[in-house]
Every structure is written in structure tokens, then in C-alpha cells.
Ligand binder design. Structure first.
Ligand code: GLN
Length: 517
């Protein structure tokens, strides 16, 4: 439906008025976090600086607001219950029956307010996942009702996002589903203040009036959220709808400045009028689902705009790449990105793609598993270690050039135990990475269990693949490069998680530049 984009756009407008804003997401599923979910189930797992595995909407929040999020910005039902049950076991409810109301709703409300503790934000937007009427959403809706009562109507307002379907045969936009959804919300004791209407067509005055009248909201509070050709145009559409002034009025807040969206608009102008195009293949194993590599696609959009260039991303399933067809699939590409991933499925195609790119001097960016596969390909085809592999895929091979990290060896629990979040990395001067970042000390986000095996570093370096970025404290290789190649960079971390509209990621910017050449 676009709740994440709506929340991000609203936050952007409030930020432009001079407020400090953050967004938090509450998800009604029972997993403690999405870290153990398959990308096909849930799309990309977004990782924050403090190492939380979170919903991909947090990526939108960061890309729009240019402000980092944290563990506290994403909460699931699993986490709520886990906290309450742990408390019960510690005896903190001694003598009492522990119930959904008040104990679960109290914990939800405590978490609604968690980000207020250090008083960093003027406004907090809370996105509730799911749909009104879902069984699992009920405690959240009740918590919202109580919360408004607790803090007073001047301090909390509710935006309700609904779909306005267009019936082609009747040539008509239908408001009935919205009326029913608001009715359902009213049954839970919540009157929405703002109605956000997702629509393919413009809402005319009569439709707006009908919605306002039957859903009991002000006429100005009916906000059209029309389909746009890019998500980055949505804040400006919301501005046209005067969403910002309506919200500020309802919260009894005075704007602190004329909304400043100059940087945003400059980005959009470049995005909408590209002067060049570049074709980049994304080889991965979850390509059927657009959301699985969300942050990578967005990073290409940000980096493309820097060069006034449209980046056409061609997705290729790694299971489809073979020795025979690598050339026909990749020869017309200006660059290739090998994606992150887990497990042995469709790995050979990634290795074959890398061989072709390396031998044909096509710019390459490998991310996490993509970097690991580049090390394996080089070990096999240049060093001649025919069985070289990652111990993730082959625990018994003689040349485990990628192996399990030392502190992962005794881990039994799968949830939240990878190497997660931001770690510093020192970059060697003169490397392609240094040219991109223009500094030696960087910090990037991680999500992996396996790493470059230092036992093979000397042999690889002697033969032309060098480590150019190191996490010094543990001597972990974070970046590998082939200096003799036009642009061949593999990174153990996820640069895509830190690219924002106002801060496009330097590595993506440099990669697109190399592809343009
Ligand atoms: N599966 C690899 C590891 O755990 C790579 C992970 C990734 O690509 N995020 O090390």
C-alpha cells in the first residue's frame, strides 16, 4: 500500500519545516526480528548501525531523512511478547494474571515512547504494519487508542492509509472500502484525523467531500496519495496536498522555517532528466522479488543522479548463468554487481559470472556473498585451487578461502547472532576504494558469519588480488581488489544500507562512474 513511503514523505516534510523527526515501525508478526526470514517472505533485511536486523521500511526512513535509525525503531510482536514473558519469569508480575490487556498493550505503549527518552526528536512517526481488522493488529490498535487518551489529542494524531480502487468498467473511483475500513477503526475506538488515499487517479472534489463527510474527517484532511513514477516524488505531491500544514495545525505546532527541500528538488531534477544511460547487471538468487535487493536498487538511483545518468539494472538469476552462456548474458553490460545471499543454491552461476567479468575487464562490485564468490573464483581459476570454496557451502574442502569467523564457531542460536551492524574499516591509500571514499577511516554495516580466510591472503596477494580494507582490531579483510583490472572491488559489508538521497554512497558513485567509462 505504501505506508512506509507515506511515513517517510511526511517525515521529510516535517524535517523541512525545521523539526527533528524519526519513524518507527511496529510489525505484528511473531518473529523477534526479520533476521531469520527468507528474502522471499519479507524482502530485504535492513541492518542499522547498532546491529538490529529490521524491516526494509527502515531503509526508506533513512534514505528519505538522512538520519540513522536504530534497534528501537523496529519492534515486532515477537519482541513485545518476549519482553513480557521474560518479565513474568523474573517474577515482576508476581500474583497477577498476565494478559494482552493491559500487559501487552502496556509494553507496546512503552515501546511507542522509547525514542523519546533522550529527547532527540520533536516528532515521532509510528508506522503500524498490517491492516485494520487483522487479528494480530488488534493489540496495536488498542494501544494506539489508549496512547492518545494518555497523551491527549494535541499530542498524537492518527493518519489512516486506504486504497481508493478505480473500476475501469464504471470509470469510477470507489470510496466504499475506505468507508468500511474507517468504520472498522471506529469500532476499535479510533477516529482517524487524516485520511491518506492511495489512488491511481486524481481525487476530484466530490470524491474528497464524500470521503470527508462519511469518514468524519475535515475536507483538508483528505490527502491524495497518487501513484508517482518515482517514490522520491511523493514528498512533493504531499506538499501540494498541504499535508504538512494540516498535520502541524492538528499537532498545534508552528513551522520553524519555510520548508526547505532544495537538495531534494535538485536530486529529483537530475533524476528526471538523465543525460546518459548505463547498463548494469545485478546477478543474484532472489531476483524474482523486487524487494529482496531494495537498498541496492535505490543506491543505483542515488548514484545515477550524481552522474545525471539513468542506471538500467538488468536482473539475472545466478542459476541461469553457465560457462556456455556467461558471455552472451554479460558482454553488453557496462558493469556487474554480484549480490549478497546465503546458502549454496545457485552459487556456480555467480562464480561463472565473475570469471567472465574478471577476464573481460568489466567493472565489478561484489557485496558480501558477492565478494566472497570473487575470492573463490580467483582462488580456483588464477591460483589453481580447484576445490576452493566457502565453508558455508563445503565444510570439508582443502582450500576454504572463505571460512566461519572465529567468534561464530560456538554459536548455536540463529537469530541475531551474525556479525551485525557498523564496524570501522581502514582503507589503503592508492586503492580504488580510497579513490571512491577519499578517506582512510570508514564505517560500514555488516551481516554475515563467514569471512576471508587470512591463511590464503599471501598467496592471493602475490597473484594479484589484494586486500585494501581491513577491520584492524580483528584483522578481518573487508575489501578486496584486483589492481590490474579496470574496476574490481568486493566488499564484505553492505554499502547499499548507507546510501541516501542527500548522501549517495561513494562506492556506488564510483562504480557507476567506472561503468560510464
Ligand atoms: N552467507 C554469507 C555469510 O554469512 C554472506 C552473507 C551476506 O551476503 N549477507 O558470510
Amino acid at each position: 500500500m505504501g505506508k512506509g513511503i507515506y511515513a517517510s514523505s511526511l517525515a521529510k516534510l516535517l524535517q523541512a519545516h525545521g523539526f527533528s523527526v524519526t519513524i518507527q515501525k511496529f510489525d505484528p508478526y511473531i518473529n523477534v526480528d526479520p533476521g531469520t526470514l527468507n528474502p522471499y517472505e519479507h524482502g530485504e533485511c535492513y541492518v542499522t548501525d547498532d546491529g538490529a536486523e529490521t524491516d526494509l521500511d527502515l531503509g526508506h526512513y533513512e534514505r528519505f531523512l538522512n538520519v540513522p535509525t536504530s534497534q528501537a525503531n523496529n519492534v515486532t510482536t515477537g519482541r513485545i511478547y518476549q519482553t513480557v514473558i521474560d518479565k513474568e519469569r523474573r517474577g515482576e508480575f508476581l500474583g497477577k494474571t498476565v494478559q494482552v490487556i493491559p500487559h501487552i498493550t502496556d509494553e507496546i505503549k512503552r515501546r511507542f515512547k522509547l525514542l523519546t527518552v533522550d529527547k532527540k526528536y520533536d516528532i515521532i512517526i509510528t508506522e503500524l504494519g498490517g491492516t485494520v481488522g487483522d487479528i494480530e493488529s488488534l493489540p496495536y490498535v488498542e494501544a494506539v487508542r489508549q496512547f492518545i487518551w494518555d497523551v491527549g489529542e494535541d499530542n498524537a494524531i492518527v493518519s489512516h492509509l486506504t486504497l481508493i480502487p478505480y473500476l475501469k468498467s464504471a470509470k469510477e473511483l470507489k470510496t466504499k472500502p475506505t468507508q468500511h475500513s474507517v468504520k472498522m477503526l471506529l469500532e476499535s475506538g479510533i477516529q482517524p484525523d487524516i485520511l491518506v488515499c492511495r489512488t491511481e487517479y486524481k481525487l476530484e472534489k466530490e470524491v474528497r467531500t464524500k470521503l470527508a463527510q462519511f469518514c468524519n474527517v475535515e475536507y483538508d484532511a483528505v490527502i491524495q496519495m497518487i501513484d508517482c513514477d518515482t517514490i522520491y516524488a511523493v514528498p512533493l505531491e504531499m506538499l501540494k496536498e498541504k499535508l504538512d500544514t494540516t498535520i502541524l495545525r492538528k499537532l498545534k505546532l508552528k513551522s520553524r522555517q519555510t520548508p526547505n527541500l532544495d537538495k531534494w528538488k535538485a536530486f529529483l531534477t537530475k533524476l528526471k532528466s538523465p543525460k546518459k544511460t548505463v547498463n548494469i547487471a545485478l546477478v543474484g538468487k532472489y531476483i524474482e522479488l523486487q524487494d529482496a535487493y531494495k537498498s541496492i536498487y535505490e543506491s543505483f538511483i542515488h548514484a545515477g543522479a550524481v552522474h545525471s545518468c539513468k542506471v538500467n539494472v538488468h536482473t539475472i538469476h545466478s542459476k541461469d548463468v553457465t560457462v556456455e552462456n556467461a558471455e552472451s548474458l554479460l558482454k553488453d553490460m557496462d558493469g556487474v554487481l554480484i549480490a549478497p545471499g546465503f546458502g549454496g543454491r545457485a552459487i556456480d552461476g555467480k562464480i561463472e559470472a565473475i570469471r567472465f567479468i574478471r577476464e573481460n575487464n568489466i567493472p565489478f562490485l561484489g557485496i558480501c556473498l558477492g565478494m566472497q564468490m570473487a575470492v573463490i573464483e580467483y582462488s580456483r581459476n588464477v591460483l589453481g585451487y580447484k576445490d576452493a570454496h566457502s565453508s558455508e557451502m563445503n565444510a570439508k574442502c582443502k582450500h576454504p578461502v572463505i571460512h566461519l569467523m572465529e567468534d561464530q564457531k560456538n554459536i548455536k542460536k540463529m537469530g541475531g547472532t551474525m556479525r551485525l551492524g557498523a564496524y570501522p574499516c581502514t582503507i589503503s591509500k592508492g586503492s580504488k576504494a580510497f579513490k571512491a571514499y577519499k578517506e582512510t577511516n570508514i564505517s560500514e554495516r555488516h551481516r554475515h558469519r563467514y569471512e576471508f580466510n587470512n591463511d590464503f591472503r599471501e598467496a592471493l596477494e602475490k597473484n594479484g588480488m589484494i586486500a585494501t580494507g581491513i577491520y584492524k582490531e580483528k584483522n578481518l579483510v573487508e575489501i578486496i581488489e584486483i589492481p590490474s583490472h579496470k574496476w574490481f572491488v568486493g566488499v564484505q559489508y553492505h554499502p547499499e544500507l548507507k546510501s541516501t538521497v542527500e548522501n549517495p554512497h561513494p562506492l556506488f558513485v564510483a562504480f557507476v562512474e567506472a561503468c560510464l567509462k
